[in-house]
Design a protein around this ligand. Structure first.
Ligand SMILES: C[S@@+](CC[C@H](N)C(=O)[O-])C[C@H]1O[C@@H](n2cnc3c(N)ncnc32)[C@H](O)[C@@H]1O
Length: 234
């Protein structure tokens, strides 16, 4: 299970380097698809006048929306002040905010995006109610998450268990359908490439230092299966 207590989230997200380490290993699917590009395409296709990202991390996605849609008003939020500051450095208007307590009026945005963050929120339905509230009628919610099989081989080899979360490839549609009438889902068999054993340990240490220590040694580069999903809900 992903640990969502405040102390664990603070360790993961009160610096930007752990997130950067994790992002750096991911490669496209064998047929050349990529969940971030698919999510950006869904946002761009909707041509929002007002766009909100929730849980923006270091802000690359919000910045890419600004670059792609020069007339769109882009706003980003994150519960971590460090992440909000990193995003603001891209020139994006950024606020520190909890997903379950968004500081915006009803019907303020045409598109809301949440990438790899809904599995962290303590009260998923409260966060989804907030997303629904700040979306205009006919607006789109784009969410990206991982599946139960994401890095499952690496985790189990290190003595851990697959990361089964409250918002995943497997259960995300059910959660979204409590708040949205129509949901599209696209799944991605991604790959993580670790240059060597130390690189795999460094990755695991960003969220499970105990598993990093326990990972059996291996020679050379190693490729591991990932599983991600892009949901578009209206
Ligand atoms: C895995 S990172 C993803 C960041 C970014 N969306 C990306 O794809 O690179 C998760 C982010 O969600 C933020 N976060 C976690 N729980 C949150 C909450 N309850 N409300 C707002 N942000 C949250 C973290 O601080 C972190 O920046």
């Amino acid at each position: 299970m992903i640990s969502n207590d405040a102390a664990s989230l603070a360790i993961q997200y009160d610096t930007t380097d752990r997130l950067a380490t994790r992002a750096s290993v991911w490669r496209d699917t064998p047929d050349g698809r990529n969940p971030t590009r698919a999510a950006l395409a869904a946002v761009v296709a909707a041509e929002p006048a007002d766009f909100l990202e929730v849980g923006c991390g270091t802000g690359e996605f919000a910045a890419s929306v600004s670059d792609a849609l020069s007339n769109t008003h882009v706003v980003a939020t994150d519960r971590s002040q460090v992440m909000a500051l990193a995003t603001a450095r891209h020139g994006v208007l950024t606020q520190v905010a909890e997903a379950a307590d968004l500081p915006f009026d009803d019907a303020s945005f045409d598109v809301v995006y949440a990438g790899w963050m809904l599995y962290h929120v303590p009260d998923l339905d409260a966060a989804l109610r907030q997303v629904r509230r700040v979306l205009r009628p006919g607006g789109a919610f784009v969410a990206v998450t991982n599946g139960d099989e994401h890095l499952a081989d690496l985790l189990t080899q290190a003595g851990g268990e697959p990361l089964v979360t409250g918002f995943s490839t497997e259960n995300g549609r059910d959660a979204l359908s409590r708040h949205f009438a129509h949901i599209d889902q696209e799944d991605f068999d991604t790959r993580a490439v670790f240059a060597d054993h130390v690189a795999a340990q460094t990755y695991l240490a960003t969220f499970r230092p105990d598993l990093a220590e326990a990972l059996p040694a291996f020679e050379g580069e190693r490729s591991c299966r990932g599983a991600s999903t892009v949901f578009v809900a209206r």
